[in-house]
Design a protein around this ligand. Structure first.
Ligand SMILES: C[C@@](CO)(OP(=O)(O)O)[C@H](O)COP(=O)(O)OP(=O)(O)OC[C@H]1O[C@@H](n2ccc(N)nc2=O)[C@H](O)[C@@H]1O
Ligand SMILES: Nc1ncnc2c1ncn2[C@@H]1O[C@H](COP(=O)(O)OP(=O)(O)O)[C@@H](O)[C@H]1O
Length: 298
């Protein structure tokens, strides 16, 4: 028997970053929005723990126990005293790798829900979310999807209401950016500066609630953007190309290097995607809508 779980990518519509904490993490006001680009995680009973991956970026995905999906299966088995999990995990990967779209986190949430279903372990939602938080700051959001405010290091979630469909274009860059390296660059750029406490924006919540793309465009903010641009200056050209093509707003997705463009409707999104591809400032461009559901058993 096999179980397949579909998991969404995310974009951060607000990423307010505080100063570094003693544990090395940063306190955040992280407003996550799930977008309709998905990985499918399929688990099948096997003699031992085994991983495979398919898709255009598959060669960039580690297939050992460091893969977040494998770590999720190991953590769930440990929680139920099951020992080493005998499971084959296959990831059909469509989310860009190391792109600031939480693909690894999505796979972790997907593997967790898929294994829980395959093994009949009936883990409570609260316990699943606690395991997610141990695996990574972004993993709880991949499980719940929709839109949510993440406090703490991003793992403490409050769901948010979204009153419409938003149309996005994502410009996929060549090569990834390491999330710890981008946070380290944020620390370097803010050295000697008093970094304010991260606060969520009421205007952003209102824009999500009303589903108004122009209001959302005006409220988009990413404190990691200067750090991502410092490490990858060429992203400025991609942002410019999408803005000139008529996007309402452009920003780096999370830690990057994927860039996100909000369009007023589906037609405008297609035009922005075509212009980005023609500009040759990115590897490819994808259109997607939000919000998208969290991890879902197919
Ligand atoms: C920046 C964000 C925005 O949603 O995601 P990406 O854009 O990379 O997908 C997240 O904060 C990434 O979350 P995630 O990728 O789960 O990070 P973790 O595995 O928990 O941590 C990886 C490393 O990132 C840094 N980190 C992460 C979260 C946080 N609040 N403060 C940090 O300083 C730390 O250096 C940590 O060692
Ligand atoms: N299932 C997975 N899918 C993708 N990357 C993974 C996975 N598990 C571990 N990784 C590692 O995590 C790094 C970050 O990948 P990813 O989660 O796609 O990006 P981001 O943190 O920018 O959202 C990759 O470079 C890879 O080494």
């Amino acid at each position: 028997m096999s179980v397949t779980v579909r998991v969404p990518a995310k974009v951060n519509v607000q990423l307010a970053v505080g100063g570094a904490r003693p544990d090395g993490f940063h306190d955040l006001a992280n407003v996550f929005l799930a977008v309709g680009l998905y990985d499918d995680v399929t688990v099948t009973a096997s003699d031992s723990l085994r991983l495979t991956c398919s898709g255009p970026d598959a060669d960039q995905v580690p297939l050992d126990r460091t893969n977040l999906a494998a770590r999720a299966a190991i953590a769930l088995a440990a929680r139920h005293g099951l020992g080493e999990p005998g499971v084959h995990i296959h990831i059909a990967k469509d989310i860009p790798v190391a792109g600031g779209m939480a693909g690894g986190s999505a796979d972790a949430a997907g593997a967790l829900l898929a294994c829980d279903t395959l093994w009949g372990t009936e883990t409570s939602r609260e316990d699943l979310l606690a395991i997610c938080a141990e695996l990574g700051s972004d993993v709880p959001f991949s499980l719940v999807g929709g839109a949510a405010l993440g406090r703490g290091r991003g793992e403490l979630l409050t769901p948010l209401e979204v009153g419409g469909t938003f149309h996005w274009v994502f410009a996929v860059a060549d090569g990834g950016l390491s999330t710890p390296a981008v946070y380290a660059e944020f620390d370097r750029l803010t050295e000697g500066v008093a970094v304010p406490e991260p606060e969520p924006s009421p205007a952003l919540f209102e824009a999500l609630r009303t589903g108004d793309p122009s209001a959302l465009a005006a409220a988009l903010a990413n404190d990691l953007q200067p750090a991502a641009l410092s490490l990858r200056p060429s992203l400025a050209e991609t942002l410019r190309a999408g803005t000139e093509a008529g996007a309402l707003a452009a920003l780096v997705s999370g830690s990057g290097p994927t860039t996100a463009f909000l369009a007023k409707d589906a037609e405008a999104a297609t035009a922005v995607a075509e212009a980005l591809i023609a500009s040759a400032t990115c590897r490819t461009a994808r259109v997607a809508v939000s919000p998208a559901p969290g991890a879902t058993v197919l």
